[in-house]
Design a protein around this ligand. Sequence first.
Ligand SMILES: NC(=O)c1ccc[n+]([C@@H]2O[C@H](COP(=O)([O-])OP(=O)(O)OC[C@H]3O[C@@H](n4cnc5c(N)ncnc54)[C@H](OP(=O)(O)O)[C@@H]3O)[C@@H](O)[C@H]2O)c1
Length: 285
Amino acid sequence: MTVTSQTWLITGASSGLGKSLASEALRAGYKVIGTTRDVGKAAASYPDFSENGGIWIDLDPAQNDSYDRFVKCSQEHNVDVLVNNAGYAFIGGVEDTSESEVRDQMDVNFYGPLRAVRACLPVMREKGSGHVILISSGAGFIARPGRATYSASKFGIEAVHESLSHEVKTLGIKVLIVEPGAFRTPFSSRIITPARFDNGFSEAYKGTAVEQMVVGSRQLTSIPDYVKGDPDKAARAIIKATVAGYDYLRMPLGTDCVIALESKIADLQRDLEATRSIATSTDVD
Ligand SMILES: NC(=O)c1ccc[n+]([C@@H]2O[C@H](COP(=O)([O-])OP(=O)(O)OC[C@H]3O[C@@H](n4cnc5c(N)ncnc54)[C@H](OP(=O)(O)O)[C@@H]3O)[C@@H](O)[C@H]2O)c1
């Protein structure tokens, strides 16, 4: 298979990082299938996609029927590269978040990508080649206050992709986990907070880190200056990696994400040093 004959399947291609990836992939000469929950809306807001040969598929990864629909798409279009991109963030305190709000987040950010992966693997295995790319987040490695639900969905789906990377290593399929920091997309304007509370947090969490995170997230009607990530540059970096090849699993994007990852790795190292003697004291004599 030559690189330019590749077929890319990108979930949530109507806006933000998915849209940038779709545009860059089309520019690179690939065939691109984009999923969206509303083809009419996607076609109106992103007309260049169809004009440049992109194919819209009306598909919501969070719905139970999406596995069968991903299978059909993967077989019909002989998909080489799956990009699990569709997602949103739920921001709220652990105690304030209802179980159904957690389930909704998992349906979109965990079960949706899992269904897509399981559906696309057979075609890739048959060919002995392919890429599975997860658009995760720095929140897939770091769980900040107010982000338990979002981070749980991203930690969980990262685990699936990490495990998969080992399982398919000898089958010619590569797995890439992309961890963006803050990027200039409509993402922050679509954040959901606990519905039970007008402010998104309960009285008990007033003045805590939960209030700070929820209020900070809800006030975002436009993209703040501190958000430095350029989605088009992110898209080009991802495509470049698939062309040049990569021997890493995780690819952080954005200086903010690098700094946050370094801080978390230092915390992990500190905890390991503080508990090393305890850990090694519990083996059988
Ligand atoms: N922007 C950031 O700062 C940032 C940082 C870290 C990680 N990320 C990750 O990057 C990915 C793309 O986000 P983005 O920044 O490009 O945001 P975006 O512009 O809001 O795009 C998100 C896409 O996901 C789909 N989507 C959103 N909510 C959904 C739902 N409830 N059910 C099914 N599909 C849904 C939408 O597709 P349709 O509406 O067309 O169906 C949309 O195209 C997400 O997985 C996000 O977690 C973003």
